[in-house]
Design a protein around this ligand. Structure first.
Ligand SMILES: [Zn+2]
Ligand SMILES: [Zn+2]
Length: 362
């Protein structure tokens, strides 16, 4: 165990019932790291749309129905950056874990390491996995116990303020770009390019050498999207984005990454693609809308369609490294832990540009 005296209680943002309010509790127990665990002090955490969905009881499972097996009371947060302050009783020197090291608190919390998906390096789909969104308390608390064997160990020189959103929003968009299989010089359309996910998708696509067309609307969005490296910007409220993409690319885009939570945007993106193009689905529209693209279009154009749910730990480290080296720059706004209820309200109204990061440790 570490030698510092740990507090017994901590402040957490608790949700007692799905659909209920966020309540700050100041006497919640600080977890004791068990076998194969470390205890981390949470420094910063991003706030993801899926935290809001889980709290509200509107998170959809693979069958499209709401997820009902959510741990209650629930503590959200799965884009956290923490510092190890204590090691579990069986963790010894020599395994690379040390007090003071930076770690990530991600969506995936524990995996089995033996199932087909774990063995294939796609452990985010592990059949026995648990996550910090539905099964375990997440980063909206001051202290967290983490599985040492599946720990996201971060390099010591990363900026903990900006790195949180990379662990979910960044990883998901990085994976979406990888799944689009783009080559240098090919055209990638990012729909929702000015948003929290979209602005990262633009930069990860640029990092792969792609030429990016950002699609979004609203004041200042064009300058913002062009400023982070997109070659072109289309304001879909002012011009027909499908026609414009065809004009820019000739035959259509090679890939589209759709981060918008609007079903129509996915069908429109298919129309922007050239023969053999790929659609990477990232956004999850509310309810259970279907992709409206006719099957004949998908068949005749030979389109490839992928769903993107975060990525593996290895892919996470690649996404982190691109930020560490300054190739990708997350745009974030730092708020205080206690502002989480207001942040949720603003997210519901769609008032948030970029990504909010809460400062947890004082
Ligand atoms: Zn997330
Ligand atoms: Zn597994």
């Amino acid at each position: 165990m570490g030698s510092i005296d740990l507090p017994q209680t901590q402040t957490v943002a608790l949700v007692r019932d799905l659909g209920g309010a966020v309540e700050f509790k100041t006497d919640y127990p600080v977890p004791t790291p068990g076998r194969n665990e470390v205890l981390a002090k949470v420094l910063y955490t991003g706030v993801c749309q899926s935290d809001l969905h889980t709290k509200s009881g509107t998170a959809a499972g693979p069958d499209g129905n709401p997820i009902t097996k959510i741990k209650l009371p629930h503590i959200g947060g799965h884009e956290g950056i923490g510092r190890i302050i204590s090691l579990g009783p069986d963790i010894t020197h020599g395994n690379g874990l040390k007090v003071g090291g930076l770690v990530g608190i991600r969506f995936s919390s524990r995996i089995c390491r033996r199932c087909e998906f774990c063995l294939a390096g796609t452990e985010q789909y592990c059949v026995q996995s648990t996550n910090h969104l539905h099964h375990e308390d997440g980063s909206f608390q001051e202290y967290i116990a983490l599985d040492a064997d599946y720990l996201t160990v971060l390099p010591g020189d990363v900026d903990p303020v900006v790195m949180g959103p990379v662990l979910c929003a960044g990883l998901t968009t990085y994976k979406a770009v990888l799944n689009a299989n783009v080559k240098p010089g090919q055209w990638v359309v990012v729909v929702g390019a000015g948003g929290g996910l979209g602005h990262l998708a633009v930069q990860y696509a640029r990092a792969q050498g792609a030429l990016v067309i950002g699609v979004d609307t609203g004041p200042g969005k064009g300058d913002f999207v062009l400023g982070i490296g997109a070659q072109e910007f289309i304001d879909f409220a002012k011009e027909d984005p499908i026609k414009r993409v065809q004009e820019i690319t000739g035959l259509g885009a090679h890939a589209a990454v759709v981060t918008a939570g609007n079903a129509k945007a996915f069908a429109h993106a298919c129309e922007m693609l050239r023969v053999g193009g790929s659609l990477s689905c990232v956004g999850i529209p509310p309810g259970r809308p279907c992709l409206e693209t006719p099957i004949c279009t998908i068949v005749i154009k030979g389109l490839r369609i992928t769903g993107n749910l975060v990525g593996s730990l290895k892919e996470c480290m690649e996404a982190v490294d691109l930020v560490r080296r300054g190739v990708v720059k997350p745009v974030i706004k730092v708020r205080q832990f206690r502002e989480l209820p207001q942040v949720y309200e603003e997210m519901e109204k769609g008032d948030i540009a970029g990504r909010v990061v809460l400062q947890i440790a004082q």
